[in-house]
Design a protein around this ligand. Structure first.
Ligand SMILES: [Zn+2]
Length: 346
C-alpha cells in the first residue's frame, strides 16, 4: 500500500511517501480502506520525537481516519452490526478492553492505553487495521473528510467541557486561541450547551472566523497583552466560570480570568510542557485545574451522533494529497490553519 512514514525522528524532511506492507487484520479487527485522514499537532510531536518515546520504526502517523471496511480478522464475520463496505470513522483512543478502567467504561483511563498514530501505526496510509470496537458507522452520504476531521477533536472537547468540566447552560467560557481544531470544536460545543463564549486570539482574521462559528466576545491579544483584564471588563467584572487553555504557558492569565470557584480545563500544551503558577490563586479563589485526554467510548458515540446529524459541523481548513503530508504538517505547525487539515487518500 501507499503510506507516508518515517524511519527516524526529525523535521518534515524525514517523511517519505512510499510503499509499505498492507496490515493484516487480527481477530476482532477490521481492515479499513482509508479515504481521508486528518492532522493533529500530536502527529508533528511524534515525528519530532521526545525523550522516552518508543516506536517501532518505520512509523506511520495519524490518529484520525475514515473509509470503508474491506475485510475482517479471522473468525469475524459480517454481522447485523458490521458489513463489508460499511463507511466508518475511527476512534483513536485504544483501550485494552480488559483492565478495571476499561471494564468500568472509562477506556481513556486504560492502564495499557494506546493512541492510534502515536504508539501504534496510524492513518497516513491506504489501509489501517483496528479493533472493530473502535469504529463508528457513518450515515449514508456523510463525507469521509468531515468524519476524519471530527473524531479526535470533538471527543476531546466533549469529554473535557461537558463530562469533566460540567459546563452548564448560562455559564461563560473563555477559550484561549482561535484557530485550532479542539478550540473550534469547543466553541461549537459550548454554544450547543447554551454557554456564552469569549475567544482570545492574536489574529484578526481567525477571530472573525471564531465569531462566524458562534463566539460572542472576541479579545485580540496582540492589542491587549494582559487579556485577563480585558476578560474582567468584558464580563462586567464578574470573570468567567470556565477557561479552555490548551496552550499551557498562559495558565497564569487563565487563572486570573476565572471567577472564584472557576475551572480551568486543559487537554494540551501547544505552548510547551512547563508552566509556573502562583499557588495563592488556587486556594484563595477556590480554583480547579482539570486535565483530560481523548474520551470514553460512550462519549465518542454521543458526540459523533451530534456531528453526523449535522448539529455540530466540523470546521474544515484545507485538504492536501496524502503524498503532500509534509506540507500539510508545516501548515498546522505554523498555525496557518483555521479548523481541520485533511489528507486525501484516493
Ligand atoms: Zn484497559
Amino acid at each position: 500500500m501507499k503510506a507516508v512514514l518515517f524511519h527516524r525522528h526529525g523535521g518534515p524532511e524525514v517523511l517519505e511517501y512510499t510503499e509499505f506492507p498492507e496490515p493484516e487484520p487480527k481477530p476482532g479487527e477490521a481492515l479499513i480502506r482509508l479515504r481521508a485522514a486528518s492532522l493533529n499537532r500530536m502527529d508533528v510531536m511524534v515525528r519530532n520525537g521526545w525523550a522516552g518515546l518508543k516506536l517501532e520504526l518505520p512509523h506511520i502517523s495519524g490518529a484520525d481516519g475514515a473509509g470503508e471496511i474491506v475485510s475482517f480478522g479471522e473468525g469475524e464475520l459480517e454481522t447485523g452490526d458490521w458489513r463489508l463496505g460499511d463507511h466508518v470513522v475511527i476512534n483513536a483512543n485504544l483501550g485494552c478492553g480488559e483492565c478495571e478502567f476499561c471494564l468500568d467504561g472509562k477506556d481513556n483511563l486504560c492502564s495499557n492505553w494506546h493512541l492510534l498514530g502515536e504508539t501504534v501505526r496510524g492513518t497516513y496510509a491506504e489501509f489501517v487495521s483496528v479493533p472493530i470496537k473502535q469504529l463508528y458507522k457513518l450515515p449514508e452520504g456523510y463525507e469521509f473528510h468531515r468524519a476524519a476531521a471530527s473524531a479526535l477533536v470533538y471527543q476531546t472537547a466533549w469529554h473535557s467541557l461537558v463530562k469533566r468540566g460540567g459546563l452548564q447552560k448560562g455559564e461563560t467560557v473563555l477559550i484561549v486561541g482561535a484557530g485550532g481544531g479542539v478550540n473550534t470544536a469547543s466553541v461549537q460545543i459550548a454554544k450547543y450547551i447554551g454557554a456564552q463564549v469569549i475567544v482570545v486570539g492574536s489574529d484578526a482574521k481567525k477571530l472573525g472566523m471564531a465569531e462566524s462559528i458562534g463566539a460572542d466576545i472576541l479579545i485580540d491579544r496582540s492589542k491587549e497583552a494582559d487579556w485577563s483584564k480585558a476578560v474582567f471588563l468584558a464580563t462586567n467584572k464578574r470573570s468567567v466560570d470556565v477557561v479552555v487553555d490548551n496552550v499551557g504557558t498562559t495558565f497564569m492569565l487563565s487563572l486570573r480570568a476565572l471567577r472564584k470557584g472557576g475551572r480551568l480545563l486543559t487537554v494540551g500544551n501547544s505552548g510547551g510542557p512547563k508552566v509556573e503558577i502562583d499557588n495563592r490563586y488556587m486556594f484563595a479563589k477556590h480554583l480547579s485545574i482539570i486535565g483530560s485526554t481523548m474520551s470514553t467510548r460512550s462519549d465518542f458515540n454521543e458526540v459523533m451522533g451530534l456531528v453526523t446529524a449535522g448539529t455540530l459541523k466540523p470546521v474544515m481548513d484545507k485538504t492536501f494529497a496524502l503524498k503532500d503530508a509534509a506540507l500539510a504538517q508545516e501548515r498546522l505547525w505554523k498555525n496557518e490553519n483555521f479548523g481541520k487539515i485533511t489528507l486525501d487518500i484516493p
